[in-house]
Design a binder for this molecule. Structure first.
Ligand SMILES: Cc1cc2nc3c(=O)[nH]c(=O)nc-3n(C[C@H](O)[C@H](O)[C@H](O)COP(=O)(O)OP(=O)(O)OC[C@H]3O[C@@H](n4cnc5c(N)ncnc54)[C@H](O)[C@@H]3O)c2cc1C
Length: 330
């Protein structure tokens, strides 16, 4: 029986592994794909929302090993490729013990700890840490007809603007993905951005939920030029195939509807015990990341110590608390 198994080799799992490695604690990370698989699946060329420069580094996993110090990294906002190379090097150079291509299907509570089931067989541990991220299950808006429309996709399935050349595209959402996709389509498709409430900007509110990284200013200008048409506070209320009815009663036809409406929290099933969840669907955790099941911890963006934990700079300091809690009990 290992001391610790971490499920997921994203930023959260790797950062915890670094602490365990440094203190020579017996652990293993099980990763369904390659290191930082979630980032490998994101759009090529995507620019991060979080800056990484000396003094304002919201992206590096640790400030002692910063992303911005790598030659050639785009500043102030790195690209997905910069980040992916950094995370991959972070894991490999420190020889963090990761078993790739090993998805954990489920876990079970057993005397003294947990077992996890993988295609390569069962493994057991005293402490189990779930670090599988908060963006594995796309959330669709609760609009009648959208789920059954063959013309509606989720933003995670948007690959490249060229597939939408000359098409009428409705982008639903007011977050960063909506803004970025609308910008990626601008000039190629006839794009409408449609929001439930007023479109807000980080530069005006300082609220992280309104951050749009490098797309904020171009988005405002494209709306002003009419290159992107904005339906603010006028959400769709019904979808029938390609026909969309808006709150103000107007109906329009679109070739594609892209739902940039985020993700919902989800994790592997745990046999023999249930994890208590909050109203937001995230696991209820202690101040050190332990769930309602003793010995089962959450780490990274699934551990919502506060809403900033959706971002690396929000959760990176909390990972150490998870580490010390486990280390103290070994
Ligand atoms: C489009 C988009 C853009 C973003 N941009 C930023 C940004 O600019 N800055 C920022 O700070 N944050 C950004 N985020 C949030 C970002 O995802 C988190 O900050 C960070 O990646 C969370 O790290 P994590 O380790 O919790 O989860 P993840 O990075 O999602 O890593 C989870 C890992 O678990 C693995 N896994 C999942 N299920 C299993 C399983 N059953 N068995 C084994 N392995 C499994 C996955 O393959 C993955 O490697 C963005 C998110 C999205 C969706």
């Amino acid at each position: 029986m290992r001391d610790v198994i971490i499920v997921g080799a994203g930023p959260g799992g790797l950062l915890l592994a670094q602490h365990l490695e440094e203190h020579r604690i017996d652990y293993q990370i099980l990763e369904r794909g390659k290191i930082a698989q979630s980032w490998r699946m994101m759009r090529q060329g995507m620019t991060l929302l979080s800056p990484s420069v000396p003094g304002t580094d919201w992206t590096s996993l640790t400030l002692t090993r910063p992303l911005w110090a790598i030659p050639g990294v785009q500043k102030p906002f790195p690209t997905r490729e910069d980040f992916l190379c950094y995370v991959d090097a972070f894991a490999r150079e420190q020889m963090l013990r990761t078993v790739e291509n090993t998805a954990v299907m489920r876990a079970a509570v057993v005397p003294g700890g947990f077992t996890v089931e993988t295609p390569a067989g069962e493994k057991s541990c005293r402490f189990l840490v779930i670090a599988t991220g908060s963006s594995s299950v796309p959330a669709y808006p609760d609009i009648p007809g959208v789920a059954s429309s063959p013309f509606a996709i989720h933003s995670c399935d948007f690959v490249h603007c060229m597939a939408y050349l000359g098409k009428r595209v409705l982008v639903i959402g007011a977050g960063n993905s909506a803004a970025e996709i609308a910008m990626a389509l601008a000039g190629t498709a006839r794009v409408t951005l449609c929001t439930r409430g007023p479109l807000r900007y980080f530069s005006e509110t300082g609220d992280l939920e309104h951050i749009r990284g490098s797309s904020e200013s171009p988005l405002k200008e494209c709306v002003r030029f009419g290159i992107i048409s904005l339906r603010e506070t006028d959400p769709p209320v019904h979808v029938a195939g390609s026909r969309v009815r808006f709150q103000n009663g107007e109906e329009k036809e679109y070739d594609w509807i892209i739902c940039a409406t985020g993700y919902r929290p989800s994790w592997i099933p745990i046999n023999g015990g249930s994890v208590r969840t909050g109203e937001d669907g995230y696991p209820v955790i202690s101040r050190t990341g332990e769930s309602s099941l003793p010995g089962l911890y959450f780490c990274g963006s699934l551990a919502r110590f506060n809403k900033r934990c959706a971002f690396i700079h929000g959760f990176r300091n909390y990972v150490e608390k998870v580490f010390w809690d486990i280390a103290d009990r070994l």
